[in-house]
Write a protein that binds this ligand. Sequence first.
Ligand code: SF4
Length: 277
Amino acid sequence: MSLVMANGSAIEWTDATWNPVTGCTKISPGCKFCYAERLTLRFGRGPFGQLRLHPDRLLLPLRWRAPRRIFVNSMSDLFHERVPDDYIERVIAVGRLAPQHVFQILTKRADRLLQWSAGVKVPPNVWLGVSIESARYIWRADRLRDVDAAVRFISAEPLLGSLRDLDLTGIAWVITGGESGGNPARALVEAWDGGWRPKREAVMWVRELREKCRRAGVAFFHKQWGGPRPTSGGRLLDGLVWSEMPGAHEKSDGCSSSRLIRSQNVAAVSDLLAKTR
Ligand code: SF4
């Protein structure tokens, strides 16, 4: 698997990953069994704590004509304190230059996201989200609410407790998921009949969020129950697969968007290239 760009991601809610930054440092309990860290070490790309900017990767999404959802920085956190503001702006500029795609940016650094976003016009195809693993971190949703973005979303993965007090005002999409490959005490599943089944309390936590979403008209996506492997517990909640997506952004036609990039935005691409050298 490429750690640079995976066309056809195993992550159910995206089509591809793009990593203009790699490496990160842990910030809250949801990071404990960080999947990005494990992949980095498995592929000998460590040390994970060494944050690296990859300007040579910045223009990669512009080469993709077909519209796709792109998870930005699956191997890092774009709003990490060591990523300069102007580098974040270049990543957003790529989103602006590639309106055929949706760029999904997820962070645990909600304070930095809010601080950075002041006065920034985020293009409608750039979705901004925060990870919330337990009630202690629902304040991240409050920071996100104050960010001017067409689509704001919450990833409750790895879900470690009830989020019953989470306010979904201004939120368009909620993703839930259980940890994989971590400590069995944190897992949402338990061994049963030669396989894995969701723990009773985990079902309650996920149902709680689904019901909140239904009441608020928010798209709900249950990614996985997790377990020893991401697929151990499957994806079913009450016998159904929940794969709702926010509808606020209409994807544009890939070919005409590519033409737009070639004709109208040549100067902007050149400018971006110059800055990334
Ligand atoms: S913020 Fe994300 S990428 Fe960074 S250590 Fe935590 S889980 Fe891993």
